[in-house]
Design a binder for this molecule. Structure first.
Ligand code: NAD
Length: 349
């Protein structure tokens, strides 16, 4: 399988980033969105990102011009007819994605592969809207796609092993570090990360420790780059709750239902940094939270770490991904110093 021509549907933050990734790797790219104005926005997203790369001397202006020249833009799906792979990055709405895949199935050459960048929807359900489910996979890039190395390649029960291997190899050939993941809610990173973050909120809700103690425990003892509550503020509480709903719908485990202060904060309009407040107030400069309660920090760290490692083990047992892919996902996707299976080798609670 060779990849020369790549299509991208949806040119928002992710789609434009994915266009850039493939064009930078020397491939021909066709970027399509639903309207002229959305296409203009996509062009602007790419230009802004390339300008930034030039000003930071990551690439030269000549290289930026070459990258732009490899991209064709439009609003017509027929432009995808000869694409070897089309990656969809439209809004996270199942009906919309199914409609797009059904249209892609009609226009893309029979051997073309179709991939979705969905963060949380079932790739199996998306593939059902085509007559080629064996050629449908997930290709989940992280934000910003040109910078983040990790890519989850999601394989459904119907995905052909050769197609999954080819897309994984393609990701590697464009400089990414891919992991192969089963089509399970949250895939690797969102499932393990959000389950852990939700647990941290429950500790807060139950009055076990203050937000500062919880955050400083995980920063200082686990050496995670951010505390869980600060990280939820950064991701956005609403986005986090969406992912938790998907996970809960699968597990029906009450511990996976969004913890109560997540929902009350959202109801009060506090969705995290983007609204100026979440677990913390961002109207002034946000400092890393600290706490002097060392004994409680040790207890919080043990409680959260035990549960986090337990979830990682369960995920590996239930076919989410291999131990090494789960480790890679948490390191590259979340910036953790080591993966959970590496931590298990020396964590003693
Ligand atoms: P976005 O809202 O920024 O962009 C969506 C794009 O799709 C826009 O260009 C819009 O014009 C276009 N679009 C809407 N309807 C369309 C249609 N019918 N046909 C073609 N294009 C259409 O969204 P985003 O943040 O780029 O997310 C896109 C996908 O990537 C989602 O599935 C999301 O879950 C996933 N994702 C997002 C992130 C993130 O951090 N934002 C990270 C990983 C994955």
């Amino acid at each position: 399988m060779t990849f020369e021509r790549i299509g991208v549907v949806g040119l928002g933050i992710m789609g434009a980033g994915i266009v850039e990734v493939f064009a930078k790797a020397g491939l021909q790219v066709i970027g399509v969105a639903e309207s002229e104005s959305a296409v203009e926005q996509g062009k602007k997203n790419l230009a802004t990102s390339l300008d930034r790369a030039v000003s930071r001397e990551k690439i030269t202006q000549v290289q930026a011009d070459e990258i732009s020249s490899r991209v064709t833009w439009g609003t017509d799906f027929e432009l995808f007819a000869e694409c070897d792979l089309v990656v969809e990055a439209a809004p996270e709405i199942i009906g919309l994605k199914q409609q797009i895949f059904s249209e892609l199935d009609r226009v893309v050459k029979p051997e073309g592969i179709l991939a979705s960048n969905t963060s949380s929807l079932s790739v199996t359900a998306i593939a059902q809207s085509t007559d080629r489910p064996e050629q449908v996979v997930g290709m989940h890039f992280f934000n910003p796609a040109p910078v983040q190395k990790f890519v989850e390649v999601i394989s459904t029960e119907k995905s052909h092993a050769d197609i999954v291997a080819a897309v994984t190899e393609l990701a590697r050939s464009i400089g990414k570090s891919p992991a192969t993941v089963g089509d399970k809610p949250g895939f690797i990173v969102n499932k393990l990360l959000l389950t852990y973050l939700n647990h941290a909120v429950r500790l807060l809700d139950e009055g076990v420790a203050s937000r500062e103690t919880i955050d400083s425990a995980m920063r200082e003892i686990a050496k995670f780059p951010m505390g869980p509550l600060e990280l939820l503020d950064l991701i956005g509480l609403d986005t986090s709750v969406e992912v938790l709903h998907t996970i809960f719908a699968d597990t029906q485990d009450p511990l996976d239902a969004p913890a109560s202060s997540l929902t009350t904060l959202i109801a009060d309009g506090h969705k995290g940094r983007k609204t100026g407040a979440g677990f913390y107030d961002y109207s002034n400069k946000h400092e890393a939270p600290t706490s002097a309660d060392d004994d409680l920090k040790i207890q919080v760290h043990e409680t959260l770490m035990k549960a986090y490692l337990h979830t990682a083990r369960q995920m590996n047992d239930s076919g989410y991904a291999s131990k090494s892919d789960i480790d890679m996902g948490m390191k590259l996707g979340c910036g953790l110093p080591e993966g959970p299976f590496e931590t298990m080798s020396h964590f003693v609670a």
